[in-house]
Design a protein around this ligand. Structure first.
Ligand code: ADP
Length: 395
């Protein structure tokens, strides 16, 4: 029997138990024993929000007696207005559409720190008129707690991965900030020099001051980018152009790749639509791939060290991004394992980069995979949903 049919049969039995009519006493007692012995909250309501019947477990969990529940509306029993309203809205929708609702995640009506998963179905009389709602709920507080802890752990790991990336990039960051700072110092000295000369013309001085302002902005942009990566934040999905995003990552990695003699190439697709994504998270993913590729090419001749990032459409709903290198490639037996947490083949590796990248991509409705190229090196591919998803997601 399908799960849906099973659920409906149970709910119809619940209704018979609550409204025995002229059923045999034996049957009524039988149903009573069954429903009172199961560890789920079983209930029946009429079409006006009034509770007709609840089982023993319902009374034990809510801490209310049968008399305090049966014959009362949910609004009279539940003192959290928002919760009672949501509960009633679900009922109205079920009665209106005639369709059951499954897996409603809601708090217990007498304690909003405890969570239930509820199934409800409309019940009809012989003429096909709706007469009420029958349903049951299971407690899922423990499961919810674990989900929350996993989410928290993922956030912490994603953060520490960003900090690791920043550690790797420290030299580039120092260099990126140092450059504009030296330029500012040189320009300021030049300006002082000009000021000592009575023949100095204003336009020259103005130009120098504008250069100082521009260099100052360059330095503070670097600091802002670093701050974003370090920040422990809830994530915000916004509309993004992937071509631009990759360019930003390239700019960030410029010094790192120059030092390691790696050239970065972007094969953009100007026709692709925007995606709804978290900027910092996606930058983190692309950075992970590029840094891995850079490391994988350490042993080949500098002239051959090239990483190509290409962007393309991957069907109606998705955009694809591929990162290709000419490095040592991936051992065949490890092709799937590399995405597992803590899998690493590097002496000082942590093995979290790809695992975090995968969860970020999956959170954006996409997929990620790796393969070895025919003529050497590895390629990493991922897809991501085009715009239209949630505007504000927390991952
Ligand atoms: P880590 O870099 O700390 O090892 P990752 O999760 O980023 O952690 O990578 C896991 C493993 O995947 C690496 O140790 C390496 O064996 C493999 N790998 C990742 N990227 C590449 C690549 N571009 N070429 C070859 N192997 C790679």
């Amino acid at each position: 029997m399908e799960l849906e049919q099973l659920n409906e049969s149970i709910e119809n039995l619940v209704w018979q138990w609550a409204n025995p009519g002229n059923a045999l006493e034996k049957e009524v007692i039988g149903l009573q024993t069954i429903f009172d012995s199961i560890p789920a909250l079983v209930f029946c309501k009429d079409t006006n929000n009034t509770i007709i019947r609840v089982n023993q477990y319902f009374t034990e969990q809510t801490g209310l007696r049968k008399e305090e529940l049966e014959g009362q509306t949910v609004f009279e029993v539940c003192h959290i207005e928002k919760l009672a309203t949501k509960n009633w809205d679900d009922d109205k929708e079920i009665l209106k559409t005639g369709k059951p609702k499954r897996d409603i995640i809601e708090p217990l009506i007498t304690d909003n720190r405890r969570w239930l998963s509820t199934s409800k179905t409309p019940i009809y009389d012989k003429k096909g008129e709706p007469v009420g709602i029958a349903g049951f709920s299971f407690e899922i507080t423990g499961q919810k707690k674990v989900e929350k802890e996993v989410l928290q752990l993922r956030k912490e790991l994603a953060h520490s991965n960003r900090v690791t990336i920043m550690g790797e990039l420290a030299a580039s960051v120092v260099h990126e900030i140092n450059q504009p700072l030296s330029a500012i110092r040189n320009n300021a000295q030049a300006a002082l020099h000009l000021l000592q000369n009575p023949q100095t013309n204003m336009p020259d001085l103005k130009e120098i001051l504008f250069d100082i302002i521009a260099d100052n902005k360059r330095a503070s942009d670097v600091i802002l980018r670093v701050r974003d990566l370090y920040k422990k934040q809830d994530h915000k999905k916004v509309l993004l152009d992937l071509n631009e995003l990759v360019q930003e990552v390239f700019a960030f990695l410029k010094n790192e790749t120059i030092t390691r003699n790696v050239s970065l190439k972007l094969l953009p697709d100007k026709t692709i639509p925007l995606v709804t994504a978290d900027r910092v998270q996606l930058q983190q993913v692309i950075m992970n791939f590029i840094l891995n590729s850079t490391e994988a090419m350490e042993e080949i001749m500098p002239i051959k060290r090239e990483i190509a990032v290409s962007i393309h459409r991957a069907g109606e709903e998705k955009i694809g991004l591929s990162i290709r290198d000419y490095g040592r490639g991936i051992d065949k037996k490890n092709l799937l394992r590399i995405f597992e947490p803590f899998f690493t083949t590097k002496p000082g590796g942590i093995g979290m980069g790809l695992s975090i990248s995968r969860s970020i991509i999956e959170d954006h409705g996409g997929e990620v995979w790796a393969e070895n190229n025919e003529n050497g090196g590895a390629s990493f591919h991922f897809t991501i949903q085009v715009m239209g998803g949630e505007e504000n997601g927390v991952s």
